[in-house]
Design a protein around this ligand. Structure first.
Ligand code: NAD
Length: 729
C-alpha cells in the first residue's frame, strides 16, 4: 500500500489521505513525497476535480520527516541533498500555485489541509504550502516545527513560508526554539487558519474548497505589493528585529549550533529577495547544515538512538514487567521526586520515611509540583487529585504489601541502606525487585545486605527528578535480567530515557562530570582567570561552567565526595590540588548557591552576580593566560577520556548510551552528539595528539586510553568500530 491515496467524490472534491500503514504516526519518506507529487499532478490535470483536501487516515496528521532518511541523505553529498530539497520545493510550490496563471493568478484549484491532530515538521510545511489550513479542535494535538531541537531547521519551505506569513519576530519562537502549540494557540499565532469541532473537519474542508474564490488561493507573498509583517531587514522595525535576533541567537547558543546560525541567515537573506529565490537560499543553508557533522550527530543521538534506548534496545528478552505498585523508601528530595513522577505516570506509590512528617513532606513536594503545573494551566484540579490520590505517605513497612518494585532513596550511608534493605525484603513478596538510588556507593557492595542479590539493582535518578530525563540503571555483579527488564520497563512507564551500565565507582555520568568540575577548579588554583574557565566551557556548548556547576550542586557535597573517594583510592588519589581549593572554600563558609556564596557572589535574593573576587586574592592570576582552545581542550578531554575509559572497562557497553547519557545526564555539549560523536568528529589521531600535549603539560590524567590509541593507529571511528556491536545507528 502506498502512503498517499486519493478518492474523488461526486462533487468533484478529491481527498488525498496520508496513511503510512507500517507506522502509528505518519512520517514522510522520499518515495511517499513523490507519490504525493503524482497525485497532485493527477488532481490538477483532471478536469472533473474542482479542488483537493489533504488529510490523514490516522488520528494525527504527521510527526515529520523520517529522520533516518535525513541522516542518510548526507551520504550522497551536498549536490544530491540540494537537488533533493529543490525537488521538494518544486512540489510544494506546485501545490501553492495549484495550476493558476502566473500573471493573472487566476484559475488555480483550491487545496486545503485538514489536520485531525498533531502536525509537526514536514507535517506542517506541507499544510503551509496549501491555501488554507483547517485543524480539528484537539487540545492534545501539537502543531509546530521542532527541527531545531535535533540540530537542523525547517528546510521544506517552512522557514520561508512562516516568516512571510507571521513576520520574523512572530515566527522566531516557532523556528528558533521549536515552540509547539495546540490548534487554538496555533490559530491565534496565525500559523493555521481555522479550528473546527473534530467531527466537522472534512465537511468544513469540503465546504471551503467548493466556496473558494481565485483570490482565496493567492498567498500574500504572491500578491502584488506584499510587505513582510513587522518589516524586512531594511525597514526600521525590521532592522531592529534582525539585529536583536542575531544577538539573541548568539547569546543563547554561543554560536556552537550550526543550525541556529544557518536558520537566521536563511531568514535574513530570504527576506531580501523574491519568494522563489528565498526558497533556493533556504535550500542552500539547509544543505550546509545537513553536511555539517554536528547535525548528523545530533539527529543520531537526540532522536534515533534516544528513541531506540527508550524502546528498550538493550532490554533483556524477558516477559513484560510494567510496575503496578511502587514502594519508595526515603521521602527526601530524591524519593519525593521519584514518587511524584511514578504517580504522575499512573503508578500507585507507597512513600515511606522514618517519621510521618518527613513522609508527608515528601508528598507535599509532589503537590507543589502539581500546583506549579496548575498555575501554568498544564494540570487540572482533577489530575492533581488523581496523582496525589495515588501516593500513600506512611512510616509503616506493612503498606509495602503488593509492591512489585521498591526504590530506596534514604541517606547515602551503607549501614542505613543495609537496614532498609532487610526491612523491605521482610515486607514484600518474593518477586519484588529492589532498586537503590545511590549516587556513589557500588551496587554490588550494597547488594550484600540483600537475600536476593539477583533482584537487586541500581536505578540512579538525577536531580531534580521531575525535570531530568536520564535514568542510569546499574547492574551489580549478581543482578539478573529480570531486574534489568523491570528497571527499563519502569523508566519507560515514567517516560524517561534509560542507559544500562555496569557497576563501578560513580557509574557513568558522575564519573565523567566530576573530572570536568575538578579540571575547572584546578585551573583556578593554577592562576587561570576564572572567567576564562567559565566562558571557555560555555563557548564550547556546556550549559554551565564547572565553577557554576559546583556552586549549584554545592561545595560541601564536593568535599564529601572528595573525602570518600580519597578514602577508597588511598595513594592513587589524583585530586589533592583540587581539594585544597574545595576545602578552603568550605572552611570559608562558601558552600555554593544554597549558601548565597561560592565561586560566584550572589545577591541576598540568591541571584548570581559574578565571580567572587576573593578567588583572585587567594589565587593570583598567572601573567601568561592559556588560550581559549587550551582551556576548552582541558575541560572536554577531562570528560571524554573518562567516557572512553568507562567503555574500555566495560562499564559502558554501548556507545549510544554513552552519547545519549552524556547529553541528557549532564548536558555534555549537545551540538556534538555526545563524547563519542565528538571524538569521531575530530578523529582519533588528532585526539591522541592533543592528549599527548596535555599529558606533557598537565600530567598523566590526560593520557590517551589504549582503546583510543589503537583506534588512531587503525584509523577507526567509534561509530564504525562499534557499529557491528550494539551501536548500529
Ligand atoms: P535527603 O536527605 O533529601 O533524603 C533522604 C530521606 O531519607 C530523608 O527524608 C530521611 O528522613 C530518609 N531516611 C533516612 N533514613 C531512613 C530510614 N532508615 N528509613 C526511612 N527513611 C529514611 O537525600 P536525597 O538527596 O533525597 O538522596 C537520597 C539518595 O539519593 C542518596 O542515596 C543519594 O546519594 C541519592 N541521590 C541523590 C541525588 C541528589 O542530587 N541529591 C542524586 C542522585 C541520587
Amino acid at each position: 500500500m502506498t502512503d498517499f491515496t486519493m478518492t474523488t467524490d461526486a462533487d468533484g472534491v478529491a481527498t488525498i489521505t496520508w496513511d503510512v500503514s507500517s507506522k502509528s504516526m505518519n512520517v514522510m519518506s522520499t518515495e511517499a513525497f513523490m507519490a504525493l507529487n503524482g497525485l497532485i499532478d493527477q488532481a490538477l490535470a483532471d478536469g472533473s476535480v474542482k479542488g483537493v483536501i489533504i488529510t490523514s487516515g490516522k488520528k494525527d496528521f504527521a510527526g515529520g520527516m523520517d529522520l533516518n532518511v535525513i541522516a542518510q541523505m548526507r551520504a550522497g553529498g551536498a549536490q544530491v541533498i540540494f537537488d533533493g530539497v529543490m525537488q521538494m520545493h518544486h512540489v510544494l510550490r506546485k501545490i501553492e500555485r495549484a495550476g493558476m496563471d502566473p500573471k493573472t493568478l487566476k484559475g488555480g484549484k483550491p487545496i486545503v489541509a485538514a489536520l485531525p491532530g498533531t502536525a509537526l515538521g514536514i507535517g506542517l510545511e506541507l499544510p503551509l504550502s496549501c491555501h488554507r489550513i483547517i485543524a480539528a479542535d484537539n487540545p492534545k494535538a501539537k502543531i509546530g516545527l521542532p527541527e531545531i531541537m535535533v540540530g537542523i531547521f525547517p528546510g521544506a519551505g517552512g522557514t520561508t513560508r512562516l516568516v512571510r506569513k507571521l513576520g520574523a519576530m512572530a515566527a522566531a519562537p516557532f523556528l528558533l526554539e521549536g515552540k509547539l502549540s495546540d490548534p487554538k494557540s496555533a490559530k491565534s499565532a496565525g500559523i493555521i487558519d481555522e479550528v473546527v469541532v473534530p467531527d466537522d473537519l472534512l465537511k468544513r474542508a469540503k465546504e471551503w474548497v467548493l466556496s473558494a474564490t481565485d483570490a482565496d488561493l493567492v498567498k500574500a507573498w504572491d500578491a502584488k505589493g506584499y510587505k513582510m509583517p513587522g518589516g524586512a531587514p531594511y525597514h526600521p522595525a525590521g532592522f531592529m528585529t534582525f539585529v536583536g535576533a542575531s544577538a539573541m541567537v548568539h547569546g543563547k547558543t554561543m554560536g556552537v549550533y550550526p543550525a541556529a546560525k544557518a536558520l537566521l541567515a536563511a531568514v535574513y537573506e530570504g527576506a531580501l529577495v523574491p519568494f522563489d529565490t528565498a526558497l533556493k537560499i533556504e535550500a542552500r543553508h539547509f544543505t550546509s547544515v545537513l553536511m555539517n557533522p554536528s547535525s548528523t550527530a545530533m539527529i543520531r543521538s537526540l532522536f534515533i538512538n534516544k528513541e531506540a534506548l527508550e524502546k528498550g534496545a538493550n532490554r533483556p528478552k524477558v516477559e513484560e514487567m510494567a510496575v503496578r505498585k511502587l514502594g519508595v523508601i526515603g521521602a527526601g528530595m530524591m524519593g519525593a521526586g521519584i514518587a511524584y513522577v511514578a504517580a504522575n505516570a499512573g503508578i500507585e506509590v507507597v512513600l515511606i520515611d522514618a517519621a510521618q512528617d518527613a513522609a508527608d513532606r515528601g508528598k507535599a513536594h509532589a503537590e507543589g509540583i502539581l500546583d506549579k503545573g496548575m498555575k501554568r494551566g498544564k494540570v487540572t484540579a482533577e489530575k492533581k487529585a488523581d496523582v496525589l490520590g495515588r501516593i500513600t505517605a506512611t512510616t509503616d513497612y506493612a503498606a509495602l504489601s503488593g509492591v512489585d518494585l521498591v526504590v530506596e532513596a534514604v541517606f547515602e550511608n551503607p549501614k542505613i541502606k543495609a537496614e532498609v534493605t532487610a526491612k523491605v525484603e521482610a515486607a514484600v513478596g518474593p518477586d519484588c525487585i529492589y532498586a537503590t538510588n545511590t549516587s556513589t556507593l557500588p551496587i554490588t557492595g550494597l547488594a550484600a545486605a540483600s537475600g536476593r542479590p539477583e533482584q537487586f539493582i541500581g536505578i540512579h535518578f538525577f536531580s531534580p527528578v521531575d525535570k531530568m530525563m536520564l535514568v542510569e540503571i546499574i547492574r551489580g555483579k549478581a543482578t539478573g535480567d529480570r531486574a534489568v527488564a523491570k528497571a527499563l520497563d519502569f523508566v519507560r512507564q515514567i517516560r524517561k530515557t534509560p542507559i544500562v551500565v555496569n557497576d563501578a565507582r560513580f557509574f557513568y555520568a558522575n564519573r565523567c562530570i566530576i573530572p570536568y568540575i575538578n579540571e575547572g577548579i584546578r585551573m583556578v588554583a593554577e592562576g587561570v582567570e576564572p572567567a576564562l574557565v567559565e566562558n571557555a566551557a560555555k563557548l564550547v556548548g556546556m550549559p554551565l561552567g564547572p565553577l557554576q556547576l559546583v556552586d549549584e550542586t554545592s561545595i560541601d557535597l564536593g568535599v564529601k565526595i572528595a573525602k570518600a573517594t580519597k578514602a577508597a583510592m588511598g595513594s592513587d588519589y589524583p585530586d589533592e590540588a583540587v581539594d585544597k581549593v574545595l576545602f578552603w572554600m568550605a572552611d570559608e563558609g562558601r558552600l555554593g548557591k544554597k549558601a548565597n556564596a561560592g565561586f560566584y557572589a550572589y545577591s541576598d535574593k540568591g541571584e548570581r552576580l559574578g565571580l567572587w573576587d576573593g578567588l583572585e586574592a587567594k589565587y593570583p592570576l598567572d601573567k601568561a593566560q592559556p588560550s581559549l582552545t587550551d582551556v576548552q581542550h582541558r575541560l572536554l578531554f577531562a570528560q571524554v577520556l573518562e567516557a572512553v575509559r568507562a567503555l574500555e572497562e566495560g562499564v559502558l557497553t554501548d556507545i549510544r548510551e554513552g552519547d545519549v547519557g552524556a547529553i541528557l545526564g549532564w548536558g555534555f555539549a549537545p551540538w556534538s552528539g555526545g563524547p563519542f560523536s565528538w571524538l569521531d568528529m575530530i578523529g582519533a589521531p588528532r585526539a591522541v595528539d592533543i592528549c599527548r600535549g596535555l599529558t606533557a603539560q598537565f600530567g598523566p590524567r590526560f593520557q590517551a586510553p589504549a582503546l583510543l590509541r589503537e583506534m588512531a593507529e587503525k584509523g577507526q571511528t567509534f561509530y564504525d568500530r562499534f557499529a557491528g556491536e550494539k551501536a548500529a545507528a
